[in-house]
Design a protein around this ligand. Sequence first.
Ligand code: PGA
Length: 236
Amino acid sequence: MPKLIVANWKMNGTLSEASTRAAAIAAGRAAAKVVICPPFPHISAVSAALKDSMVSLGAQDCSPEEKGAFTGDTSAVMLAEMGCQWVLVGHSERRQGKGETNAQIKAKAEAAIKAGITPIICVGELLADRESKTYAEVIKTQVLESIPTDSSNYVIAYEPVWAIGTGLTASAADVAEVHALIKATLPKQGIDVIYGGSVKPNNAPELLAQKDIDGLLVGGASLVPADFVAIAKSAP
Ligand code: PGA
């Protein structure tokens, strides 16, 4: 199975930068399964830049609702219509910054699946959870309460909050331990579990060499096409 390498551009860049960056990533022709999640207003331009390439399109969030009076929200159906095949749900910047709960994240994942989009469900412990050694329980609860009830069409992204954008990466052995725990917690086998948190070209090869690490979710380094392509190409 090729590894899944996902770019999360967060709220960065201009429209023209998004097009240029997407085209540069597509031209990198990595053998991994590559996905780009641009900000909502850049989805159309990125979609055009990725036309005829092997790189897929994703989004950074979706509403749990299909339609209606939800000002500012974007439904999974709308994302599907734009050509998105993937969507991040439950990123820690939404869990922490917007107070999203496991129940809301599960509803978003289910809405995505209903629209034909694969959700990438993010989980991860705080530094305090790691230091107090309660991280295994925290992650298990997040996983069990955030996954859809009747589908195995999803991916889990393990992103320890303390490693996101900080330059601190969990060691490959620590990540592999948590991924094995997540796989043992999931009700079905065969679900991909990817890692995110300060992934760079220099730490990607060791992370990707672990058997339980099925791919990477890359923030900061995905804004630099050469770095992101190098990360994608380091997949075995
Ligand atoms: P980072 O972000 O690679 O900048 O740490 C990862 C993420 O938040 O998905």
